[in-house]
Design a protein around this ligand. Structure first.
Ligand SMILES: [Zn+2]
Length: 299
């Protein structure tokens, strides 16, 4: 199978999964991948992503001119083109309307709190791009502010966008965002959200390096003052763009995630003679250090 045939089949598969998981309804959502250095393979306009076939895809150049395909490319093509322009490292772009994450986008609540280690190591923070009319040039403009520093974002009153070094990594980030949104919603309904400490967030960033998961930008040293830079030259306008990720995490060195007062005293004391059943309690920091050592010893 040629690379192009295999990528066409991958787009069909990702579309089917997005529809099956209700990340899209009807003809919503769109998917694209780089096809070599100067062409893109993209889902067509006006088809349900759950029922696509490989021959439906469009081939365009990086300016959006159609080179091949019976159908017109996605109505959100301009947003995809903007991502590829700003992020030479990105190979694939996925856009969908997963309902819980989109609920946060409608409520104007970014997913930027330090809650789950795996979200911090794969995506960092997930900001909200300003509302823009879908399919117009406004949308790439709104996305430009965050795409340099983030691999995933919410689109206000619209949906979510993820990017990756290949199609499945972009798609899995969409899954992670929706999963994170669900967990955040449940925690907020339960009335409490215990955040990871800033020191722990920094440690996770280092772990990310040792796992080889490249972050597009560092965590902002001061969340209250995000750093802004300029978009890559050649764009329509040179708006300020985020160059670091805002993560809400309280400072508090070595604090236990769950205080002793909540857990109560250990039920069985550890004794040198009887380790079986003894409870070992570690701080997140200690657990991360153990994982880090284990990863190092595997090399
Ligand atoms: Zn959309």
């Amino acid at each position: 199978m040629s690379i192009e045939s295999s990528l066409r089949a991958d787009i069909v598969e990702v579309g089917r999964r997005m529809y099956a998981r209700a990340y899209t309804a009807s003809n919503d959502g769109n998917i694209s991948v780089r096809l070599g250095s100067d062409r893109l393979l993209m889902t067509p306009k006006g088809v349900c992503k759950g029922f696509m076939s490989a021959d439906m895809m469009c081939v365009t150049d990086l300016e959006g001119r159609k080179l091949q395909g019976d159908r017109d490319p996605s109505s959100e093509m301009l947003m995809h083109l903007e991502v590829y322009r700003q992020r030479p490292d990105v190979q694939a772009v996925v856009h969908a309307h997963p309902p819980i994450a989109t609920g946060f986008a409608v409520a104007g609540i970014p997913l930027s709190r330090a809650v789950l280690a795996e979200v911090l190591t794969t995506l960092g923070s997930i900001p909200i791009a300003n509302y823009a009319t879908p399919s117009t040039a406004e949308l790439p403009e709104a996305v430009r502010k965050y795409i340099t520093a983030h691999d995933g974002m919410l689109l206000a009153n619209h949906g979510a966008l993820t990017v990756g070094a290949d199609l499945f990594s972009a798609y899995f980030k969409m899954e992670t965002i929706e999963h994170f949104a669900k967990i955040s919603l449940v925690a907020r309904l339960l009335g409490r959200e215990n955040l990871l400490a800033r020191e722990e967030v920094e440690r996770l960033q280092q772990l990310r390096g040792s796992y080889g998961i490249k972050a597009p930008a560092p965590i902002c040293p001061d969340p209250a003052q995000p750093i802004h830079g300029q978009a890559i030259e050649g764009t329509v306008t040179a708006d300020d763009v985020a160059t670091c990720q805002v993560v809400e995490a309280p400072s508090g060195s070595g604090q236990r995630l769950v205080p002793d007062s909540v857990l109560g005293p250990p039920t069985r004391a550890a004794s040198p003679r009887n380790h079986e059943g003894a409870e070992i309690r570690l701080t997140y920091r200690e657990l991360s250090a153990l994982i880090e050592d284990a990863v190092r010893s595997l090399r």
